[in-house]
Design a protein around this ligand. Structure first.
Ligand code: G16
Length: 543
């Protein structure tokens, strides 16, 4: 086995987005493309002699060959050991868990998250740092810079490694350890939640649940924990076998793409609780019987009820939400007397706050919720948190949410996505609106008066780093908001996201969110000319 030095040329498009480098599979299949990016990561890390790396992915198409390539490159760079998930499978939260538990120099996650997979789908790669979290911008920028100047990479000339049987084997001077993908993660969950109580709930006659693995990475974790350890009946987990193309589905747990689950929980009376996770297992969607819990409300409710859960019983240091996430959690934090931070979109922005013990829980409108237990959002963790609360409160999901609204008021919230629209006009929309913002402050727009209008920027309170141009905000004097931003995770054209919210301190009964937000939706069209710039009459996805 010899170390080969392979001549290459830089690819100029390897700029990581909101969460790592995501491209079509066909882009990653170009000769040297993956190798270049991995070389850029290793070069940015510096001396890795004898270090341990965690490696795994969500099982999508191209996962296995990519794992083999990275193992051989790690061996050529002098890593001492790589812990790789069995079959190349590790969820994003499980990877974060392993990095922290074994104090490694970081980990590589192969995933394009909720983007579709298969030969015509997407692939992705991201590096997580020793704290278990996504690399912050200064590191992703360094990787990008390095990727633009590469002329060679190093790789061991060796046969593929058996990824399917547990145990250790040698690859050159390096040890490859194939680990159970679930065990360490399951142990962490047991340390946080009251498994006995959840088990009583799942095995009792009063409660039925269904979890949709969406043929993605969470299936094995959900089978082991919900059905195995917690005694949920067989069939509690549907679509629980990871498939390379996610069964042709779009592994994004929202009301549009998790339609099988939505049909089960919305159309019949069979289930009290429904949940789903995404491609790499870090997102979650929570449903009650014919009831959708917005991710923003979910964060607020977990914060308000955290004292019921063993791992959080001693109180919360603080909470954080991404800027476009609704302000529902702010009201809970105010009542609890704890700090609430507003960060840009992207889980990486929570890392410093978590490391500095400023916050315990955090979340995003994009179906991500998490805590200080790891440094990624965590889909199954959120499901277990909800189950723990329900096991204690013995209320339906709808009743618990209604109770929350009665206490804190209701934040009506929705996100409208215009996916894969032409890139240039989408950027023009943003630029024109940005230019217009200063003129809007103080103006009356329909029933609303503009209190502030800006392009969100964030100064990290821990390291002082500044992140600018993080989304256009239009805030009104009554607390309502419109936010416009372009997604940093799409791979085709541009995706415009419009976030709408309105607060009602005394909500009456069940009201339809889109109806309540109708005047704000019209106002967004008026100020941003969405139809004109996107060429679309309606959003692709409404959540
Ligand atoms: C990623 C990030 C999240 C972000 C989401 C949406 O999620 O980790 O922090 O909120 O993308 O980002 P955007 O609005 O830029 O598309 P995931 O689940 O794709 O890793």
């Amino acid at each position: 086995m010899t170390i080969q030095t392979v001549a290459t040329r830089p690819f100029l498009d390897q700029k990581p987005g909101t969460s790592g480098l995501r491209k079509a599979v066909t882009v990653f299949q170009q000769p040297h493309y993956l190798e270049n990016f991995v070389q850029a990561i290793f070069d940015t890390l510096g001396n890795v002699q004898g270090q341990t790396l965690i490696l795994g992915g969500d099982g999508r198409y191209h996962n296995r060959p990519a794992v083999q390539t990275i193992l051989k490159m790690a061996a050529a760079h002098g890593f001492g050991r790589v812990k790789v998930g069995q079959g190349g499978i590790l969820s994003t939260p499980a990877t974060s868990c392993l990095i922290r538990k074994y104090a490694t120099c970081g980990g590589i996650i192969l995933s394009a998250s909720h983007n579709p997979g298969g030969p015509d789908g997407d692939f992705g790669i991201k590096f997580n740092t020793p704290n278990g979290g996504p690399a912050p911008e200064k590191i992703t920028e360094a990787i990008y810079t390095r990727s633009r100047e590469l002329s060679e990479y190093r790789i061991l000339d060796a046969a593929d490694v058996d990824l399917d049987s547990l145990g250790t084997r040698s690859l050159g001077a390096m040890t490859v350890e194939v680990v159970d993908s679930v065990l360490d993660y399951q142990a962490l969950m047991e340390s946080l939640f009251d498994f006995d109580r959840i088990r009583d709930l799942l095995t009792g006659p009063q409660f039925t649940m269904v979890f949709d693995g969406m043929h993605a990475v969470t299936g094995p974790y959900a089978h082991a924990i919900l059905e195995g350890r917690l005694g949920g009946p067989a069939g509690t987990v549907i679509h629980g076998t990871p498939l390379e193309d996610f069964g042709g589905g779009h592994p994004d747990p929202n009301l549009v793409y998790a339609h099988d689950l939505v049909d089960l929980v919305f159309k019949g009376d069979d289930y009290d609780f429904g949940a789903a996770s995404d491609g790499d297992g870090d997102r979650n969607m929570i449903l009650g019987r014919r009831f959708f819990v917005t991710p923003s409300d979910s964060l607020a409710i977990l914060t308000a009820q955290a004292h019921l859960v063993p791992g959080y019983r001693d109180g919360l240091a603080g909470v954080a939400r991404s800027m476009p996430t609704s302000q529902a959690v702010d009201r809970v934090a105010a009542k609890l007397g704890i700090d609430c931070y507003e960060t840009p979109t992207g889980w990486k922005f929570f890392g410093n706050l978590l490391d500095a013990h400023r916050i315990t829980l955090c979340g995003e409108e994009s179906f991500g919720t998490g805590s200080h237990h790891i440094r990624e959002k965590d889909g199954l963790w959120a499901v277990l948190f909800w189950l723990n609360i329900l096991a204690v409160r013995r209320l339906s999901v709808a009743d618990l949410v209604q109770e929350h609204w009665q206490t804190y008021g209701r934040t009506f919230y929705s996100r409208h996505d215009y996916e894969a629209v032409p890139s240039d006009p989408a950027h023009t929309l943003i630029e024109q609106l940005r230019a217009k913002l200063p003129t809007l402050v103080g103006q009356r727009l329909g029933a609303y008066k503009v209190a502030y209008a800006d392009d969100f920027s964030y100064t990290d309170p821990i390291d002082g780093s500044l992140s600018q141009n993080q989304g256009l905000r239009l805030g009104f004097t009554d607390g309502a908001r419109l936010v416009f931003r372009l997604s940093g995770t799409g791979t085709q054209g541009a995706t415009l996201r419009l976030y709408l919210e309105r607060y009602d301190p005394q909500p009456a009964g069940r009201q339809d969110t889109q109806t309540v937000l109708a005047d704000l939706i019209a106002l967004a069209e008026q100020v941003a000319q969405i139809r004109h710039f996107t060429g679309r009459e309606a959003p692709t996805v409404i959540t």
